[in-house]
Design a protein around this ligand. Structure first.
Ligand code: ADP
Length: 152
């Protein structure tokens, strides 16, 4: 049976830091579903179609990675797509403190475990919100994002 993980996030935009988590995850899982969570209360810089197209371009040659959008609880979506685990990245202790109760509560609700991968030394400073600021101010984001041309 294929071992499937869901990598959930807003990916606004998907960065080289996220790419690292997916590539490490592919060493562990047979398949990774990148789940773009849609929160109607949240404002995004890049619209959902653009974010999907961008990630599809990055993984056009990797058939073990797929991209899906979802609303509602992450654990419910895991069941829908037969993902047995949630994959998340940890850059620092702030990420850890934020992620810990979510992972614990997700486990209580569903039994679904969260697997954390520590960010790479090279990409751990990359933060989607800073990338958005650079982009808004017409800076070059190609150091931090693969195929930035898809986002313009
Ligand atoms: P969310 O809105 O759910 O926090 P993000 O798109 O910001 O979604 O991040 C998705 C996941 O990727 C989170 O687990 C986050 O900690 C991780 N992540 C974000 N940036 C990096 C990075 N530079 N290196 C490793 N992991 C990262």
């Amino acid at each position: 049976m294929n071992k499937i993980a869901l990598f959930p996030g807003s990916f606004d935009p998907f960065t080289k830091g996220h790419e690292f988590i997916v590539s490490q995850g592919l060493e562990i899982f047979d398949e990774i579903i990148i789940g773009i969570g849609i929160n109607t209360e949240k404002k995004y810089l890049f619209d959902i179609e653009k974010r999907i197209k961008h990630i599809e371009q990055i993984y056009r040659h990797e058939n073990r990675v797929s991209i899906k959008r979802y609303t509602g609880l992450t654990v419910e979506f895991c069941k829908e797509v037969s993902a047995s685990q949630i994959l998340r990245g940890l850059r620092n202790s702030i990420d850890f403190e934020y992620e810990k109760p979510i992972a614990q509560m997700n486990r209580s609700m569903s039994g679904i475990e969260t697997l954390f991968i520590v960010a790479s030394e090279q990409f751990s400073p990359i933060n989607s919100s800073i990338v958005r600021e650079i982009h808004k101010n017409k800076g070059d984001i190609s150091l931090f994002v693969t195929h930035p041309e898809i986002l313009v």
